[in-house]
Design a protein around this ligand. Structure first.
Ligand code: BES
Ligand code: MN
Ligand code: ZN
Length: 493
């Protein structure tokens, strides 16, 4: 699909399908013009209440000439209008249009009350791109109707084209990068191995001038004394990799370090998981994929902030060589850990990565991890659990969540649960003596390895969709990327 934006008069448009967003309580200028062109068909639909601009409702009008199909799509009341409503509306429209054999598609960019033209086009562009996501690589028969060759966004106001173009370009990049992150999450674990992730990171550095990459191989990981990563990986025949990405922004300040859990397959190890849904554990590297996506986005959007990405990548498998419950290991930090359950491997690999982050003297570290089933029980599949040792960034994170539609919920680092992760034989145990509230136990465990401002995002529930959601097909969702890019954009340097 080729994407473009321009400004031209309505009468000059020629497209297989024209998308027009509508509000229930306000007639937009673009709607008025289109209504005239369509012999008042839209007004008639409004009068008869056949179509009123309700959210997530669409209606196709068939016409002739240069505009054979017009799809009206509801945004809901203007009072509650925001970027998320626009992305959802584009999802509703594309779901309808996907059934039709279109070569070209055009979306009118309306002037909307209370939202800047840049934010409007960004949301519309993201909505179209994210809704068209597919993972077709392993289907030998192509059943889906082909996607349109060209998608065009048109503003009827020349004066707004410059701002609208800025939003369009941002939306285009973010949409493409989120879809690439989804691809990584959906790739099966026989393809997306730790080595594959390392190659992917090297590819990013090749194609982006301001990204640098360093891969620590097994021998380097040993030299770094990353005993926790080695313990998780020792049951697997795939080599672990520790990926270090660096993005140089325009400032000289201390970097924000992003850490991503990169378990390319989590069988549970010796504490093996039940078979049901185990295949989904190929997405246990969603955090890693998100970190690579944020670094790519920073580079393409030229964010000011310096960034470092750290990814401990390994499989978690049982074998004669695998770590066992009761094993005691020494992590990079020097702290010893008794492995009570080999399925609590995420907190192990992250402990070494969080310790490694100290050497950057970071102004902030954000980790992304599909860490616990417990967070899925607590918050379901729409909310990311946020744990932090500083409240300083929470308002900005909440603002980014509002804008991106990637919702967050603050979770406690409850001190009195510390006792649950003390071991009788080592400094820490990786499973609480009380298993309730495991997402908190896990976060408390991680806190032992940080000495800097830190935000931990438990994305176990949001990174994978088991049901269709607006603009998020089933499978890997890429959730967290747009949230943190928006957050970083607004971080004062
Ligand atoms: N990768 C899983 C967490 C997970 C569960 C992610 C469901 C996505 C969906 C993690 O490594 C894990 O296995 N956690 C265990 C911890 C337990 C053994 C303390 C869990 O949550 O069951
Ligand atoms: Mn596990
Ligand atoms: Zn895991």
């Amino acid at each position: 699909m080729k994407f473009s934006i321009s400004s031209k008069p309505l009468a000059s448009l020629k497209t297989d399908a024209l998308i027009m967003p509508l509000l229930p309580d306000k007639i937009l200028a673009e709607e008025k013009e289109l209504d005239r062109l369509l012999n008042r068909q839209i007004s008639k639909l409004r009068q008869s209440k056949d179509f009123t601009g309700e959210p997530n409702k669409a209606r196709i009008l068939f016409s002739s000439g240069n505009l054979p199909r017009i799809i009206l799509v509801g945004l809901g009341p203007s009072a509650g209008l925001n970027s998320e409503k626009l992305r959802e509306a584009m999802s509703t429209a594309t779901t309808e249009l996907k059934k039709l054999p279109l070569r070209t598609m055009t979306a009118l960019v309306p002037k909307l009350p209370g939202i800047s033209p840049a934010a409007v086009t960004q949301a519309l562009t993201e909505g179209v791109l994210l809704s068209h996501y597919e993972f077709p690589y392993y289907k030998t028969a192509k059943n889906n109707p082909p996607k349109p060759d060209s998608v065009e966004f048109v503003s009827l106001r020349k004066a707004e084209l410059r701002l609208a173009t800025v939003g369009f370009e941002t939306g285009l990049k973010l949409g493409q990068i989120v879809n690439a992150v989804r691809d990584l999450g959906n790739q099966p674990a026989n393809i997306a191995t730790p080595t594959h992730l390392a190659n992917y990171a090297e590819g990013l550095a090749r194609t982006h001038k301001n990204i640098k990459v360093k891969i620590l191989h097994k021998a380097d990981i040993k030299k770094e004394n990353m005993g926790a990563i080695l313990a998780v990986s020792q049951g697997s025949d795939e080599e672990p990799k520790f990926i270090v990405l660096e993005y140089r922004g325009k400032t000289t300040g201390a970097p924000v370090v992003l850490v991503g859990k990169g378990i390319t397959f989590d069988s549970g190890g010796i504490s093996i998981k039940p078979g049901e849904k185990m295949e989904e554990m190929k997405y246990d590297m969603a955090g890693a994929a998100t970190v690579m996506g944020v670094i790519q986005a920073a580079s393409e959007l030229k964010l000011l902030q310096n960034l470092v990405g750290l990814i401990p990548a390994t499989e978690n498998l049982p074998s004669g060589k695998a770590a066992k419950p009761g094993d005691i290991i020494r992590s990079r930090s020097g702290k010893t850990i008794e492995i009570i359950n080999t399925d609590a491997e995420g907190r192990l690999v992250l402990s070494d990565a969080l310790d490694y982050a100290k050497k950057y003297k970071p102004r902030l570290v954000i980790d992304f991890a599909t860490l616990t089933g417990s967070i899925v029980v607590a918050l379901g599949d729409e909310l990311t659990g946020v744990f932090t040792n500083t409240k300083r960034f929470l308002d900005n994170l909440e603002a980014a969540a509002k804008l991106t539609g990637e919702k967050i919920w603050p979770m406690p680092l409850e001190k009195s649960y510390q006792q649950f992760i003390k071991s009788d034989f080592a400094d820490l145990r990786n499973l609480g003596t009380v298993r309730y509230g495991d997402s908190i136990n896990a976060a408390l465990f991680l806190e032992h390895f940080v000495d800097y401002p830190w935000i931990h995002l438990d994305i176990a529930g949001v990174a994978w969709a088991t049901r269709e959601k607006p603009y998020r097909p089933k499978g890997a969702t890429g959730t967290g990327l747009r949230l943190i890019v928006e957050f970083l954009k607004n971080l004062k340097s």
